[in-house]
Design a protein around this ligand. Sequence first.
Ligand code: NCD
Ligand code: ZN
Length: 347
Amino acid sequence: MTKSVTLRRPDDWHLHLRDGAMLQAVASFSSHFGRAIIMPNLVPPVVTGAQAAAYRDRIRAALGPKMTLRPLMTLYLTETTDPADVLAAHAAGIIAAVKLYPAGATTNSASGVRDFDKVRGVLEAMAQAGIPLCFHGEVTDPAVDIFDREAAFIDRVLDPIRRATPGLRVVMEHITTSDGVDYVAGNDDIGATITTHHLVINRNHILAGGIRPHYYCLPVAKRETHRLALRRAAVSGDARFFLGTDSAPHPDHAKESACGCAGCFTAPNTMSILAQVFEDEGALDRLEGFTALNGAAFYGMKPNQDRIRLVRRDTPAAYPTHIPAGDETVTVFDPGFPLYWHVEDPA
Ligand code: NCD
Ligand code: ZN
């Protein structure tokens, strides 16, 4: 018997679409999604409302008239961000959230925040206006082991900022640890995105039997116990957890390098992978909550009205292993298992 599941059209609450030739190459691969929170870590970053509006227009142009994906823009918080510009961009409907990168934490984060006291005024203004803050949750202290940086961030940065700024709505992005799961599950006014790849890989996939740069992303995948905690959270039905793929394309030469950069490109096959993960967990009935309801509720938006259908067939869905991007190629995330779940869009 053919198995199938029909869902409200899903949303991606954390997506890197890049710019220029890369944007042209990758945009259509997110077209099953209704809306996507677009990360602002371009070079240079998207720091003003005017830049966010211009970037949104470039994304719309790259998507073309046939694609319905709605880009929800974010501003990249710096120590000199003007609270008035954030409020105006939000009031004008240009931005849905603000992104905080600790300086140096990840790809293109050099302009991020070093001294959290310097952004206190912006955060207070955001709390009052109800503008969500999306956190890249890792400390950058070189003395902290890279596998401990998320847990340290919760104690040193996230919890103190939330206590100092009552009412601030926070998304802890791409959580990778049971510490992240426990913190989010125990608090209000907080949500967390979970990526597709962190439900699939642990750190052995990156490092055992040879180094596999296409599994390297930040926050880096942790040990198996953490992956299992993320899977439990994703399928739990707890509305604080929702999908943010963090699909982050890089040219292959930049990944396959002596100093390879961080990011997994999961946009093309994300829904097929997630259907398999949720089936394996006996939780296909929760896939809609995780991908299409919980995030919208956190952001105060209605779920998408239309639907997609996922059908489990005997032959795997054919996804490209690489896609062309200008003069470069980008490797598509390989989950390591066949993808029998096919996406039918529309349902
Ligand atoms: C992202 C990127 O490439 O922009 N990389 C990643 O490993 N996730 C940045 C980020 O979200 O940390
Ligand atoms: Zn990201």
